[in-house]
Design a protein around this ligand. Structure first.
Ligand code: AMP
Ligand code: TRP
Length: 368
């Protein structure tokens, strides 16, 4: 490919040149190139429902790390475990405890600097539930009923709960509690963020201007697909655990899963064509995300691969290079529960200091 074409393709993919501004409400971004405006509040959460997988890492948590490294000093960075959300699909208390502490270890192991970012547990702040209630009075049940995640999560459940239905309202409360301006998430959260902006607008209209409408920040690798069925997203809850690569897995486990990853019978070349070659394209997308290269650059790097083994060995090599350090750090941190508890305790206190001031303002506006 001519250099000019490659530059254009790169720009189109990363949209790295677009500066964030207050009118863009959903944008692809590259935190290394893009400017986050001064005095922004960046906020995101992850559910402690199992180990982090490659989708969580590339779609969300690595972006959190980049933001802690590259956002201006005047920005607030707040990241949490969404443990209140995690119980919308009931789990034993011991699992919740274990997953919460593993989630903190994973966030730190991915390189998020706890001295720069607040890292906390959602359930430690009663203000989340308070704002949730206020926002729930503004949320239309018809709108909630259209949420695709609610539909897919409630499918097959005998008795799906009010909590699962109202889940996106709590998510909006999480974000607005800190008057967040930017929310880095994967593709599957776009619809929830739209609801959040609608609720912020309704609150502003009814009770006076309080919230800026938060921008959704999508990483270039906003959607990593299942290795076994590349038409679905990679997910912690996939019944086929060969579909998902976790960031603490050994190189042997990863090699086994990549070997079983669905591709196709063409081995003369490996190119990105999501419609006709979804499996191969997903693996190329993973490489491109990890290496922060455009799809075209990756295609050019692998242009002389002529068999599946060479291609898949390369995928394993790239994944292992990236997660070696997080994997090592995770194993170390997860043994050290005192250290993890101390970090969360500090994070809970810092988060509460902001939330308790904000909730007073919101309640006063409502008339309490
Ligand atoms: P969850 O595990 O559902 O709590 O997701 C935590 C974060 O990871 C959210 O920002 C999701 O959008 C993101 N995420 C989850 N699965 C994927 C995926 N397969 N590809 C990209 N991002 C994902
Ligand atoms: N719903 C999100 C997910 O499943 C997790 C989440 C809860 C979240 N509260 C949030 C993400 C607030 C961003 C902002 O991934």
């Amino acid at each position: 490919m001519k250099p000019q074409a490659s530059i254009m393709a790169h720009a189109a993919r990363n949209l790295g040149q677009i500066r964030l501004n207050s009118t863009v409400k959903t944008t692809s971004y590259d935190p290394r190139k893009q400017e986050i405006p001064e005095h922004s509040t960046l906020f995101s959460m992850i559910q402690p429902t199992g180990m982090f997988h490659l989708g969580n890492y590339l779609g969300a948590v690595r972006a959190w790390k980049d933001l802690t490294d590259y956002a201006p000093d005047s920005t607030k960075l707040i990241f949490g475990t969404a443990d209140l959300h995690a119980i919308t699909i009931p789990k034993p208390a011991k699992d919740i405890r274990k997953f919460r502490s593993e989630a903190i270890a994973s966030i730190l192991a991915s390189g998020v600097n706890h001295e720069r970012a607040i890292i906390y547990h959602q359930s430690a702040l009663p203000e989340h539930a308070e704002l949730n209630w206020i926002l729930s009075t503004l949320a239309g049940t018809g709108y909630l009923n259209r949420m695709t995640q609610w539909k897919s999560k409630s499918e097959g459940l005998d008795n799906s709960s009010l909590g699962l239905f109202a889940y996106p309202v709590l998510q909006a409360a999480d974000i607005l509690l800190f008057k967040s301006t930017h929310v880095p998430v994967g593709d599957d959260q776009v619809q929830h963020l739209e609801l959040c902006r609608t609720l912020a607008e309704s609150f502003n209209k009814q009770f006076g201007k309080t919230f800026k409408l938060p921008t959704t920040l999508l990483a270039p690798t906003k959607k990593i697909l299942s290795l076994r069925d590349p038409l679905k997203k990679m997910s912690k809850s996939d019944k086929d655990q060969n579909a998902t690569i976790y960031i603490n897995e050994t190189s042997d486990e990863i090699a086994k899963k990549i070997k079983k990853a669905v591709t196709d019978s063409t081995s003369t070349h490996f190119n990105y064509d999501p419609e006709n070659r979804p499996g191969v394209s997903n693996l190329i997308n993973i490489i491109s995300g990890i290496q922060r290269k455009s799809i075209q650059e990756v295609e050019s790097d692998i242009s002389d691969f002529k068999d599946h083994k060479t291609f898949k060995d390369y995928v394993c090599y790239v994944i292992n290079e990236e997660i070696n350090e997080p994997r090592r750090k995770f194993e170390e941190l997860v043994q050290n529960s005192n250290y993890l508890n101390k970090i969360v305790q500090e994070g809970n206190e810092k988060a509460r200091a902001i939330a308790s001031v904000n909730i007073k303002e919101f309640k006063q506006k409502v008339g309490f």
